[in-house]
Design a protein around this ligand. Structure first.
Ligand code: FES
Ligand code: FES
Length: 183
C-alpha cells in the first residue's frame, strides 16, 4: 500500500507492506540511525519514537497506522526547544547516559515536555477566547510520567534519576508557562 506521513517535519511517501514494522521502515528504508531495535516485542523501549508526539515502541507499530500522521525520531527531536529542556533537566538530576538507549530515553522525556507545551498552548487559546482557565487535561499525572519513563528499560542509569528529571522538566514547563500567563 502507499503510505504518506511526516518524518521529522518532512513529507514522506512510499510503498510498504501494511504490516511492516515502523522500526524496520525507519531503519532499513529511511536510514534512521538513532533507532535501536533489541527485543522486537515492545518490552525494552529502545526503539521508541514519537508518533503524533506520543512515545511509542516503533517495533510494535505497523506501517498502516502511520498514514497521515507525524513521526519524530531523535534526529528531528534534537532540533526542538524541548530537547534542550530535556538535556538541561537530565544534567541537573545527574543523569549520565552511556549512549546505548539514550535516544529512546530522551524521546520518552521529550514526549512529556511536548505534552506540557501543548497543554499550555490550549490553555492560552482558551484564555484568549475568554472562556477561562484549566480543564481536565491541564495536568500530566505522576502515573503518566512514571509509565512513560519506565517504557524504556535503560540499564546504565538508575530509573529514579530519569524520573526525577522528567518530573522537574514537566513542572518547570507548566509552572513557567502559567506564571507568564498570570502576569
Ligand atoms: S525493540 Fe522495540 S521495544 Fe524493544
Ligand atoms: S543509555 Fe546506557 S543503557 Fe540506556
Amino acid at each position: 500500500m502507499n503510505i504518506s506521513f511526516s518524518l521529522n517535519g518532512r513529507d514522506i511517501g512510499l510503498s510498504a507492506n501494511p504490516m511492516e514494522r515502523l522500526s524496520d521502515l525507519l531503519r532499513d528504508r529511511l536510514g534512521v540511525h538513532s533507532l535501536m531495535v533489541d527485543c522486537g516485542s515492545g518490552a525494552c523501549g529502545k526503539c521508541v519514537v514519537l508518533l503524533d508526539q506520543e512515545a511509542v515502541p516503533s517495533c510494535l507499530v505497523p506501517a498502516f497506522r502511520i498514514r497521515s500522521r507525524s513521526v519524530m525520531t531523535y534526529e528531528g527531536f534534537v532540533e526542538t526547544q524541548a530537547y534542550a529542556l530535556v538535556i538541561e533537566h537530565f544534567l541537573k538530576s545527574g543523569v549520565e547516559l552511556c549512549g546505548f538507549c539514550d535516544a529512546a530515553t530522551i524521546l520518552a522525556a521529550g514526549s512529556l515536555i511536548l505534552k506540557a507545551q501543548a497543554i499550555l498552548e490550549r490553555e492560552s487559546g482558551r484564555l484568549g477566547l475568554g472562556s477561562g482557565g484549566q480543564t481536565e487535561t491541564s495536568e500530566i499525572s505522576e502515573r503518566e510520567i512514571v509509565e512513560t519513563m519506565s517504557s524504556v528499560y535503560c540499564r546504565c542509569t538508575p530509573p529514579r534519576l530519569t524520573l526525577d528529571a522528567a518530573k522537574s522538566a514537566v513542572a518547570t514547563v507548566l509552572g513557567k508557562g502559567r506564571g507568564r500567563a498570570a502576569r
